[in-house]
Design a protein around this ligand. Sequence first.
Ligand SMILES: [Zn+2]
Length: 426
Amino acid sequence: MQYHFPKAFLPDGWHDDVVLTVRDHTIEHVEVGVAQPGADVQRVAGAAIPSMTNVHSHAFQYAFAGLSEYRTAHADDFWTWRALMYNFVATLTPDEVYAIGQRLYRAMYAAGYTTVAEFHYLLHQPGGTPYDNPNEMADALIQAALEAGLRICMLPVFYQRGGFDGRPLEGGQQRFGSSHDLFLRMVDKLNSDWANHPSVRLGVALHSLRAVSIPAAQALLADVDMLLPGCPIHIHVAEQTKEVADCLAATGQRPVELLLDTFDVNERWCLIHATHLTDDEGKRVAQSGAVVGVCPTTEANLGDGVFRAEDYMQYGGNLAVGSDSHISVDACEELRLLEYAQRLTQQRRNVLCTETTSCGPWLWNWAANGGAAVTGFGPAAIQPGASAHLSLIDPGLVASVPTDRLLDHVVFHHVAGRQPVRGFTS
Ligand SMILES: [Zn+2]
């Protein structure tokens, strides 16, 4: 199958009249300057840009978004939000989670995401007993994503304890907990059920260093490697200053420092949030090849803090974006807020860009490449051998905005009700 795009952003920049030859959802050939495509070439309105991954999703939280914007304490914070979220999660059924996933993933696709990494920890029945099919929730979410046209990297979450002090799981948390053996059985079954699907990848997540002990996590990852060699590994880390303080008190080290010292953190790893880093931690994460998965709208909603992205970028760090709690489902808004947080805290403009690349294309490509790297689907760039799942800029903008400012316009010019980019699947 061949597709003609009036414009496409290729690895060396914008080109006109681009024809992609696609087989089995993979780009075989890229031809530029084809002004008169043949009758058998399908014409696609809009401009093709690298595929955007939503690197961090808890699907069930979509149904909770916007329902906790009232005071429950003198000073509400992440932890009071978390208590409300645990109440919400207490009774959700697989059918309800499937229905939530359907709505969420359709919204993601319509907002320009082509791929989601589902950090999946709502695993078991209320009280913690596994379902007869221990992957009932995961299977439902994979199905919902595929129906929406998304690719999905399913990341079942290993969650073991209620805090650094080893306290047991309580209340809503009990649905998240798995033993080593149960977790491996779930991964093994996911692998036999989904490994051959072209739009599904499997990885694992450690919920956080507060929710797993280091020896247990190391033993688990060693066994997971036998089932899913080289798979993506995601973890929440350093989202909150209290988490940093608790980790220091329990271990004598900051969480990112501890992670880097005790695990072989490399390009397989995605560090979600990594909000509170020292300069040295930021440099070491960048040098490790890992990806930091920032979730700017959720981090703003929860009062987490601001990721110091400029320093990290200057160290050559990899980055991706996710919508996490889904308080916003919009790739452009995540990128815009990431840049605006830097501007607001530094009282400068055009922070996350270079002398030769403006903010819009820099941010889009930075996040698209980072997200692709830690979900196992191969490069985001539009090139032979890459996936033909693409993001697509609205044809009206392509016609009215100068091409060299198109990605700046898409990311920064927000107009309510206008959706500048959507997913495209061959
Ligand atoms: Zn999260």
